[in-house]
Design a binder for this molecule. Structure first.
Ligand code: ASP
Length: 307
């Protein structure tokens, strides 16, 4: 596979190799060193049609630490805002001979379409409600480092499952690696067909969190909802917000995760988010840089070896 468009299509061997490589980059980053010869002379374009803080900056850092020339393009400052089509943008970027194209788009499938039109290796940095593969890889790395393994765990993904590309990539990846994945949320925010992916569905936090090793909170993706699917943020917090009381249903050493951006007091309580023992939210951000370095490194060397 020349691109990273989703978790779908990867296998455990390829994923484990990527996580092992990312471990090396965690050490490198902590040592304060860089490896600028690896991508020297290569060009990475960050093409973001949707807002981003962590993903864009971590791809930028990852590219720079490996020596690539990094260019950030956002819609508001590009010709896209003048009505240029995605395919015309692709043709323009292609003519610039870019090597690595990191794309975020509000339409599911946009990175896959671009991948057919450009020479560069395309990395999906989040497409609509479809996938966000590097988020799932960084979550897996965070869990593996903290729990010492990434199989046989019970992982509860809570909140807006229906509109979340993070949920989708995570449930594909974590199930593939041999974990029990649960989704917990109101019926309006859990697609009916999700059980066919092998996940367990809960509408009640007490049952959904019982015995969980990992509790992952997700933001309400209001920008992707076309009608009010939750009565109010306050009510959502009361039923589904990850608070100390609800966390007590999980295992005593359960970890709390969130991909960011967080809405405190909606899907997660501030005290839980900032709990230095249970919350690994900051560590997820650190792992994000290492995982993205591993992805860039792997794709720059050639196709992802898929066993
Ligand atoms: N940052 C994640 C994403 O881009 C999660 C979120 O926005 O809630 O999907």
């Amino acid at each position: 596979m020349r691109h990273l468009l989703g978790i779908e299509g990867l296998n455990p061997v390829a994923v484990t190799a990527m996580l092992d490589l990312a471990e090396n980059y965690v050490l490198l980053n902590r040592s304060g060193k860089t490896q600028r010869d690896l991508l020297r002379g290569r060009t990475l374009i960050n093409l973001f049609f949707e807002d981003s803080t962590r993903t864009r900056t971590s791809f930028e850092l990852a590219g720079k630490r490996l020596g690539a020339d990094v260019i950030n393009m956002s819609v508001s400052t590009s010709s896209v805002s003048k009505g240029e089509t995605l395919l015309d943008t692709a043709a323009t970027l292609n003519a610039m001979n870019c090597d690595l194209l990191v794309v975020r788009h509000n339409q599911s499938g946009a990175p896959a379409l671009l991948a057919q039109k450009v020479e560069a290796a395309v990395i999906n940095a989040g497409d609509g409600m479809h996938e966000h593969p590097t988020q799932a890889l960084l979550d897996a790395l965070t869990i593996r480092r903290r729990k010492g393994r990434i199989d046989g765990l019970t992982i509860a993904i809570c909140g807006d499952i229906a509109h979340s590309r993070v949920a989708r990539s995570n449930l594909l990846l974590l199930s593939m690696l041999g974990n029990q994945v649960r989704v917990v949320g109101p019926p309006t925010l859990i697609p009916a067909e999700i059980a066919s992916l092998g996940v367990q569905v809960y509408h009640d936090m007490e049952a959904g969190l019982a015995g969980a090793d990992i509790v992952m909170a997700l933001r309400l993706q209001k920008e992707r909802m076309n009608k009010g699917l939750v009565p109010s943020a306050r009510e959502f917090f009361a039923f589904y917000g990850v608070s100390a009381e609800k966390l007590a249903f999980a295992k005593p050493d359960a970890l709390v995760m969130h991909p960011g951006p967080m809405n405190r007091g909606v899907e997660i309580d501030s005290a839980v988010a900032d709990d230095s023992v249970r919350s690994v939210i900051k560590e997820q951000v650190e792992m994000g840089v290492a995982v993205r370095m591993a992805v860039l490194d792997t794709l720059a060397r050639g196709p992802i070896w898929n066993g």
